[in-house]
Ligand binder design. Structure first.
Ligand SMILES: Nc1ncnc2c1ncn2[C@@H]1O[C@H](COP(=O)(O)OP(=O)(O)OP(=O)(O)O)[C@@H](O)[C@H]1O
Ligand SMILES: [Mg+2]
Length: 207
């Protein structure tokens, strides 16, 4: 069965960067990857065109994403979907999440980023999405662009866990290797945090 993984956040976090690395890490593990760009900025599409990644990227910034994405999948395909800011792409985000098998909430562990998640509010958005589904969408928080062992990262992990949102053990550190992701920058997922993320998701049966 195809799997659909959506990377979401209320505002800029690291979604496109993490979608690029996760898709490449999955491909390097031999998975059949199809990436989807559900952000009107087209950034993932542009990076794909410039970097010749060995898997396709399809446009999906539409309120019909819940129809278009599954139609493009077959067999054991894994779809990695870069969802634009939920704040500004609400209809598209809702549409993608209707059919997602996993919602990775990308969260930079800072007070303002947690505030934007709570002001959305994430709970209301997910209630809305889940009212359109047979089963609730599985949600995991991915702490990203962070200093892994700082108090801010630990406190954000504890806060989100206490709020009922499971937080992945794997975190994506703030490092130049990821900051430089973009057109013209070759991307080698070997040894990346995203490769570790694939391992964690597989072990948890989420992939
Ligand atoms: N792990 C990281 N370490 C350092 N910098 C990062 C990391 N991840 C992303 N960045 C940087 O953070 C900025 C935002 O990243 P990105 O464009 O991937 O976010 P986004 O969530 O897709 O934003 P938007 O919603 O605006 O499309 C970029 O400048 C990117 O290079
Ligand atoms: Mg983006």
């Amino acid at each position: 069965m195809p799997r659909i993984i959506a990377l979401a956040s209320p505002r800029t976090s690291s979604k496109t960067t993490n979608a690029a690395w996760l898709a490449n890490a999955l491909h390097a593990r031999g998975r059949s990857v199809k990436a989807f760009d559900a952000d009107l900025s087209h950034q993932l599409t542009d990076w794909h065109a410039a970097n010749a990644w060995p898997f396709p990227v399809f446009g999906a910034a539409s309120r019909q994403a819940h129809k278009n994405i599954p139609q493009a999948l077959a067999g054991d395909d894994v779809a990695v979907v870069d969802v634009g800011h939920i704040e500004e792409h609400l209809d598209t985000a809702r549409s993608v999440l209707r059919v997602a098998d996993l919602c990775l909430v990308n969260l930079v562990p800072t007070v303002p980023d947690v505030e934007r998640l709570e002001n959305l509010p994430l709970s209301g958005f997910l209630d809305d999405v889940n009212s359109l589904r047979d089963e609730d969408v599985p949600v995991r928080v991915l702490l990203t662009r962070c200093q892994p062992s700082t108090r801010a990262t630990k406190e954000t992990r504890d806060h989100m866990t206490d709020s009922g949102y499971p937080v992945l053990s794997t975190v994506i550190p703030a490092v130049q290797r990821y900051a430089q992701t973009g057109a013209g920058f070759p991307l080698d997922p070997a040894g990346s945090a995203h490769d570790a993320l694939v391992t964690e998701l597989e072990k948890a049966g989420l992939l």
